[in-house]
Design a protein around this ligand. Sequence first.
Ligand SMILES: [Zn+2]
Length: 75
Amino acid sequence: MNLQFDTSLIQYYKNSSQIARILTEHWVGKNIFCPSCGSILSDYENNKPVADFYCSTCKEDYELKSKKDSMGKKL
Ligand SMILES: [Zn+2]
């Protein structure tokens, strides 16, 4: 698993919290796998209130806790 963020994504963003969110979502979108079946998770559109990502194989929903320092523990 690649734990390095793609810093080229943030060159147009100044706000630090925005940068953190973008990096986190980008990283998850590329690297998170379903704990149940191992498929790559797909990200919901931002209008989904209950979940951030879902597994298209087993239809499981996953919520990304990226707000503070819980990301490592969650994953
Ligand atoms: Zn799955």
